[in-house]
Design a protein around this ligand. Structure first.
Ligand SMILES: *Cc1c(COP(=O)(O)O)cnc(C)c1O
Length: 357
């Protein structure tokens, strides 16, 4: 699956579909409608554990969604009722995934606090869910930008404990998102290491022979998709005032001090690299990105900067606050500023990604 929230661009969704991604993790009825409009044949999986009954009903009856996640008995009841037809017949084709709370300790961005049933409460929920579905799954999310594959090993150990305790047949194990991309100061191990460990631990779970292994990568599939080009409007010492920021595509640079790769686009800058912080365009002090971002020492007002690896959680976070945020999109064919795919030994993988771009 591709986790649509990481970048809901219809163009990107179409590119992923053309390159073989058939399943989409959607979290709201807005995402359901968008992907359905672009990809009439895609399989949509509604993986937000807290949905409105109205959204579930529309997803099921209008858009053909059969897969839902949940982490409470209330949500199970809601999904079952919302998918019951007007004659009172309950759906017999639901794939229901119980979201298990797992640790985010190996990830740069935690997703451990908000969703997921605790292991101690998982067994009764799994047993109750089994009664209402055609296929039962367990899903989790180790947090975004998981810097070691052992995050998944730990989570799969928790899945094992939940299955053993509940003694139910599990048809799907969904390891969620969290697969990393490459940023300055955050260079993760190759994705193949993640896949190899996950496969090995999945094979050892007490699940049916035909059980399916699913994943929901967002960031790893789209981080390399786009850059943004910004203009330096003013320089004050080692601070650059640029025309995008916390309320634009640089939310993570401001709010969690994410360091995106940068490069100056001027040919006439000759000085060595120095460390800079950025201010965004709005009148808010919080519109500040401490970086450090490495740029030529002689950069000045009027110069342009490429900020790379903004395909994931970049454009997706933009607002129109303070009247800023107009962008012009261009399709380019140069390589991303960092890549987990290009220049790898696995030629087949590189080929796929080249055609994807
Ligand atoms: C955000 C999210 C994802 C994608 O996470 P990444 O870290 O971008 O891979 C996948 N599944 C769920 C349920 C999510 O909330």
């Amino acid at each position: 699956m591709y986790a649509v929230k990481a970048n809901p661009s219809p163009d990107l969704v179409r590119i992923l579909w053309d390159n073989g991604v058939t399943h989409y993790d959607v979290a709201s009825i807005g995402e359901v409608r968008m992907v359905r409009a672009v990809l009439p044949e895609a399989e949509l999986c509604f993986m937000h554990p807290v949905k409105t009954a109205r959204a579930v009903r529309e997803a099921y009856f209008t858009h053909g969604v059969r897969t839902f996640s949940l982490d409470t008995l209330e949500e199970l009841t809601k999904v079952v009722e919302a998918t019951t037809d007007e004659n009172g017949d309950p759906a017999d084709d639901l794939r229901l995934l119980v979201r298990l709370r797992v640790s985010s300790e190996h990830s740069e961005l935690s997703l451990a606090a908000k969703f997921g049933v605790d292991l101690v409460d998982a067994a009764p929920l799994l047993q109750a869910t089994r009664q209402h579905c055609d296929a039962l799954g367990i899903c989790f999310h180790v947090g975004s930008q998981a810097m070691t594959p052992f995050a998944y090993v730990q989570a799969l150990e928790r899945v094992r404990a939940a299955i053993a305790e509940a003694a139910v047949t599990v048809d799907i194990v969904d390891v969620g998102g969290g697969f990393p991309s490459s940023y300055p100061g955050m260079e993760p191990p190759p994705l193949e290491d993640y896949f190899a460990l996950i496969h090995r631990h999945f094979e050892a779970l007490p699940i049916s022979y035909s059980a399916e292994l699913w994943g929901e990568p967002g960031r790893a599939l789209c981080a390399e998709y786009s850059s943004i080009i910004v203009k330096v409007e003013k320089r004050r010492g080692d601070e650059l005032f640029i025309n995008d920021g916390a309320y634009g595509a640089l939310f993570d640079a401001a709010h969690v001090a994410w360091r995106f790769p940068v490069r100056a686009l001027e040919d006439d800058l000759t000085q060595p690299l120095a460390e800079f912080a950025f201010y965004g365009p709005t009148c808010d002090d919080a519109d500040y990105m401490k970086g450090p971002f490495l740029l030529p020492e002689d950069i000045q007002s009027g110069d342009y900067i490429e900020i790379g690896m903004l395909g994931a959680y970049g454009a997706a976070m933009k607002t129109g606050f303070n009247g800023f945020g107009a962008v012009e999109a261009s399709v380019v064919d140069d390589e991303p500023m960092a890549s987990l795919y290009l220049g790898r030994k696995d030629e087949r993988m590189s080929d796929n990604v080249v055609s994807l771009r």
